[in-house]
Design a protein around this ligand. Structure first.
Ligand code: ADA
Length: 531
């Protein structure tokens, strides 16, 4: 049987050909220690036992990597955070060397998915778990599950590689039938129960073809759009959530399971029902937890303010399609995912961006017709691609980047928000789409209680006002606050607006100590009827 070997632990490491040392995997070599803040090539290596056809999996690394087996290149990855799967011939049985060279230099070119100007640090390293498995004579090449909650059915689409075999299908431990070879078939779920944020009931699926096994959890919930609203299991959904970067200052983009659980539990206990995984694909560990805790997720591919020269660049488009395909294929079964997203704050104010939006939208819908597909715009009324996606999502910073006053004033936030919402309702091409504020926030420096901009008080007043204004408006589907925690940034010219080298708009600081604004929750959401 296909045994998966987890390769997490201490690997040999050398930075830019320098001295050998030990380095943890998962981990970021530039987050702390001797190479903190350095850019270059980090070579991770270790001995592994293997032979014949094998598959290497890693749930995300950065900023790009080359993979070697006994010195022979077996694969390359150019997209940070995207799930990696490499199939290769491991040769004779015995001890071999596996080497992964992670390069964190910034390829500042139009085709690059990580650019120097991004407002978050681009770490180098193996962010997430690495595993290897021997491929048997027949194995599950891909498995996609499409639950049908209305009829209590699970449609399975699978591709079996190698010899033709019969697969046994078990749901919640009960044998539900068999599947011959590759293709698509429906299976009745023995005792179907709905998944929702209030009651996150999960079902399990196991496939066994004699030589290979596959298992995952899935959930039954229906997502629809009707009359400008998002319906979850037939009821209008009001979203109250946070944007979250998957980062800690000491370990960078490699977040331990304990810390991940701590973050998601904090968010759930504060009464929020959604997390936007800004701005890259979320780990399987994160989505598993969101499934269990009942948190909805906006899962998006890597991107940040990408200009038109990227959106019209064939190689950029190819990389984005590949990242999107891999994100959806590996995370399709998670009931927590509500939105697939792309192109955060890109140049969608230009008609020449439409082809790229169409391409990404079509790619997502072909793989998954059941989820909502969208992007977050910073262009407000000037955006010209909003008709192409399922929901209109605005990133907007009234009271911070626009209309700023030294002290907080409500109308500076409420007037622009109301204007955006009524713009959607009065624009025929998008009038029937749900509207969401996908980012809003203000920077707050811990300990500043002056009441002026940058103080904890100013942030708290702005957040309270934005949350009340959007959730009290029946035309608005909800709000995602920018952002859960402070996040490290690089020195890229924006540093004068990023005191201490952090984007300080966290409702909690980088170590998750609450700022004043965090104390608004869950009381504020309860008052507004969000459960
Ligand atoms: C944008 C962007 C975020 C962050 C934010 C800010 O909306 O999407 O990643 O940079 O602005 O803090 O300015």
């Amino acid at each position: 049987m296909n045994e998966k070997i987890i390769l997490d632990g201490l690997w040999d490491f050398s930075f830019n050909g320098g001295p050998r040392m030990k380095m943890p995997v998962p981990g970021c070599f530039d987050a702390s220690g001797p190479y903190r803040g350095e850019r270059g090539q980090g070579a991770y290596s270790r001995r592994v036992n293997g032979s014949g056809p094998m598959e290497l999996n890693c749930d995300g690394l950065g900023l790009r990597a080359s993979f070697f087996w006994d010195g022979r290149e077996i694969g390359r990855e150019v997209s940070a955070f995207a799930p990696v799967r490499i199939r290769f011939d491991a040769g004779e049985s015995g001890d071999h060397e596996l080497k992964i060279v992670c390069d964190n230099t910034i390829e500042d070119a139009p085709e690059s998915e990580f650019r120097r100007f991004y407002d978050f640090y681009g770490y180098g390293g193996i962010y997430r778990s690495v595993s290897l498995r021997r491929l048997p004579s027949a194995f599950f090449d891909s498995v996609r599950v499409y639950p049908d909650p209305e009829n209590g059915i699970l449609r399975i689409r699978m591709k079996l590689s190698g010899s033709e075999r019969e697969t046994e299908v078990r749901i919640d431990g009960t044998r539900c039938g068999t599947f011959s070879g590759s293709g698509e078939a429906p299976f009745r779920i023995p005792s179907p129960e709905l998944w929702s944020p209030e009651s996150p009931r999960l079902h399990s699926l196991e496939l066994d073809c004699g030589t290979d096994r596959f298992s995952c959890r899935f959930g039954l919930r229906k997502i629809e759009v009707s009359g400008g609203k998002i319906l979850l299991n037939g009821k209008p959904l009001r979203i109250a959530g946070v944007n979250r970067h998957d980062v800690f200052p000491d370990t960078g983009a490699a977040v331990s399971p304990e810390r991940l659980r701590q973050d998601l539990t904090m968010i759930k206990n504060a009464g929020f029902n959604m997390i936007r995984g800004s701005h890259y694909p979320q780990s399987q560990a994160m989505l598993d937890l969101a499934d269990e805790l009942g948190l909805l997720v906006w899962d998006e591919i890597l991107g940040w303010e990408n200009p038109l020269e990227s959106l019209t660049n064939r190689e950029f488009q190819r990389r984005q399609v590949s990242s999107l395909t891999r994100m959806i294929e590996s995370s399709l079964h998670h009931p927590s995912v509500l939105f697939w997203g792309f192109l955060n704050e890109a140049a969608t104010d230009d008609p020449a961006a439409r082809d790229c939006v169409k391409l990404l939208y079509r790619t997502a819908k072909e793989l998954d017709p059941d989820r909502l597909v969208t992007y977050a715009t910073m262009h407000g009324e000037k955006d010209v691609c909003l008709d192409l996606v399922d929901a209109v999502c605005f990133n907007t910073y009234p009271g911070w980047y626009s209309g700023t006053h030294l002290f907080f004033e409500k109308r500076i936030v409420t007037e622009p928000l109301k204007k955006l919402i009524s713009f959607v309702r009065s624009t025929p091409a998008i009038a029937d789409k749900p509207v969401l504020i996908s980012e809003i926030g203000a920077g707050a420096l811990v300990g500043d209680h002056s009441g002026r901009r940058w103080s904890e008080e100013y942030q708290s007043q702005l957040i309270e006002c934005a949350v009340s204004c959007t959730l009290e408006d029946p035309e608005c589907s909800g709000i995602l606050l920018w952002q859960f925690c402070n996040t490290p940034v690089d020195d890229n010219g924006r540093i004068m607006m990023r005191p201490r080298g952090f984007n300080n708009k966290g409702l909690v600081d980088e170590f998750r100590n609450p700022k004043l604004a965090w104390n608004l929750f869950p009381g504020l959401l309860k008052r507004l009827g969000i459960r």
